[in-house]
Design a protein around this ligand. Structure first.
Ligand code: ATP
Ligand code: MG
Length: 566
């Protein structure tokens, strides 16, 4: 992938996507009696990722906007890879994004009976046959795009024999892989998918919904278009790789349909993100190989991972809106996603004080047992969020890198002799510091000026630096997990060395223990989100308890995307 292929943002955006325009035109022409009916068709073989969110926002979004409906349909045609756990997670994630399929939860397996009948019908019409050849032979006979395929010796099998064999395949008389049912279309077609595609195979595993009932299962290509048809889908929106399958889907619908109605398939580009792998197979491998802690590891591009990382549904929807839908493949800059969550959290996350790498500060002229409550605004972007009291006392913690013994020019933080404001409280002046036997600074000594309290009438004195802080006696201990990109290559899936694992970033997780946060965080709940002032956005992890707070850093404050696109 070259630099030019990376889309940094809004250049792909237009007020109405080409898909929406098609829907508007179809409605204008009175097609489908003015109905808009879409579906989101996940295969329950993994957790949803942010790529799926792009499809979900379109499928549900278009239905919502044009007074239509969107079905949730599980494409459960492969009993081997599918699990009930995935079904539950998929439903949870769609709801979390803010969409509702009401009572329309369907399964491709609901249609196994109808699909089987359709297959029988095709056989009777001479449009399908049982092929006894092994998969490799069938595949070799397919030819190449430049060269016609070779007809199977079983292609002209009599209808009666095909019917008998297909029924027996489904009774379990034959081994897996020993026979398949193929559509009888055209071995010379320039479209490889039309060269007598396999439509049914033998699988003897139990299915999560139909149990042992079937021994033959429809291929995805045989189930998908027909399921759309059975459900009355008007606009079947899918990703670009299905464009070449469309003639096959159309051919099948031609054989099936009885009236004017047919679903219209429209393809759009997949979402790819820099520094990210998006295929479910690879994500499953990362989980199985223990490269991440699970599907919801906060470094994963899964919706549950992003949720745990502190992303809001609004931020994801905003991002999807920004990138838009096109007809060409590209890769989107992950910093745009980070920009979207930063923008959203800026409005909704209360500000708090958290110190990641604490350094003790003693205010030597502050009375030893005095505690003052300073009033701090929760969110300057939203005054309805009010304010809170934060305890201030003689012993505090600040960030280690907010103090330098021998600072460079223009270091506006704390250093010997310098003055800074402690945010919301006083101006302090550094009078000294102590080191341990290894020369590490362990304590900074300061004096405060009692007339400089924020909000007080003498607070007008100006200093250049403002630091966040916590009161040592009141602060809570916390563990903070800092995440970086899971891969250190921009396009880990698209490289010559075809192993994306080679590009795993060894520093994608750093755990800080002994961090100090303000006491108001005691009652925070899982997934509550905060801005640690001057540091970034953080949320409470599922591992957190009131006695052992655990935070995930969602993103830092620095917005590389906004900077780049200024
Ligand atoms: P993967 O390749 O990650 O395994 P998939 O396409 O096999 O994904 P499905 O469960 O079949 O996953 O996808 C359900 C729907 O989501 C499909 O309509 C598919 O086109 C869409 N989808 C999947 N991945 C993306 C993506 N990266 N961008 C946009 N849409 C996607
Ligand atoms: Mg798929």
């Amino acid at each position: 992938m070259s630099e030019e292929d990376i889309i940094t943002g809004e250049e792909s955006r237009s007020p109405v996507s080409f898909i929406e325009q098609i829907i508007i035109d179809d409605l204008g022409e009175g097609k489908n009696g003015g109905r808009v009916h879409t579906r989101f068709p996940p295969e329950p073989n993994g957790y949803l990722h942010i790529g799926h969110a792009k499809a979900i926002c379109l499928d549900f979004g278009m239905a919502e906007k044009y007074g239509g409906k969107c079905n949730l349909r599980f494409d459960d045609t492969n009993p081997v890879k599918e699990e009930v756990e995935y079904i539950e997670s998929i439903k949870e994630d769609i709801r979390w994004l803010g969409f509702d399929w009401e009572d329309r939860e369907y399964y491709a397996s609901d249609y196994f009976g109808k699909l089987f009948d359709f297959a029988i019908d095709l056989i009777k019409r001479g449009l399908a046959y049982v092929d006894d050849q092994p998969a490799e032979v069938i595949s070799a006979q397919k030819g190449t795009p430049a060269q016609s395929g070779t007809e199977s010796p079983y292609r002209n099998r009599p209808v009666g024999e095909n019917l008998d064999l297909f029924e027996r395949m489904n009774r379990g008389d034959f081994e897996e892989g020993s026979r398949v049912l193929r559509a009888r279309i055209d071995m010379t077609s320039p479209n490889m998918h039309m060269r007598d595609p396999i439509i049914y195979r033998i699988i003897k595993s139990s299915h999560h919904r139909t149990g042992e009932k079937w021994k033959v299962y429809p291929m995805y290509d045989f189930a998908h278009g027909q399921s759309d048809y059975f459900e009355g889908i008007t606009h079947s929106l899918c990703t670009l790789e299905f464009e070449v399958h469309r003639p096959l889907y159309d051919w099948l619908i031609d054989q099936l349909k009885t009236g004017e109605y047919r679903p219209r398939q429209i393809e759009f580009n997949r979402l790819n993100l820099t520094y990210t792998v998006m295929s479910k197979r690879k994500l499953l491998e990362l989980v199985q190989d223990g490269k991440v802690s699970g599907w919801d590891d906060p470094r994963m591009p899964t919706l549950c991972g992003l949720r745990r990382r502190g992303y809001t549904p609004e931020s994801i929807r905003k991002f999807i809106d920004l990138i838009g839908y096109t007809k060409y493949e590209a890769i989107n800059d992950i910093s745009l996603l980070e920009h979207a969550v930063r923008d959203d959290l800026n409005l909704r996350a209360p500000r708090v004080f958290g110190v990641l790498n604490p350094l003790k500060v003693v205010i030597t002229n502050y009375p030893e047992n005095m505690v003052e409550e300073v009033d701090l605004i929760n969110n300057p972007e939203d005054e309805t969020m009010g304010s809170r009291k934060v305890p201030f006392s003689r012993d505090l913690y600040i960030e280690q890198d907010d103090f330098m013994e021998d600072p460079p020019h223009k270091f506006f933080r704390l250093s010997p002799g310098s003055e800074v404001r402690l945010k919301g409280a006083y101006i302090i002046k550094c009078t000294g510091y102590t080191k341990d036997e290894n020369g590490r600074i362990i304590e900074v000594l300061c004096t405060y000026d009692p007339h400089t309290r924020s909000g007080g009438h003498l607070s007008g004195k100006k200093v250049k630096g403002t630091l966040h802080w916590v009161s040592a006696a009141h602060a809570l201990d916390a563990e903070v997990r800092l995440y970086d990109r899971l891969f250190d290559h921009e396009d880990p899936s698209g490289q010559k060395e075809d192993d994306y694992r080679k590009f795993l970033n060894p520093d994608s997780l750093r755990i800080l223990r002994g961090c100090k946060v303000e006491p108001s965080l005691k009652t925070a709940m899982h997934l509550d989100k905060f801005q640690f002032q001057r540091l970034g956005y953080f949320c409470i992890d599922y591992d957190s308890t009131p006695d052992h707070l655990v935070f995930n850093r969602t993103v830092g404050l620095k917005d590389s995307w906004a900077k780049m696109n200024k």
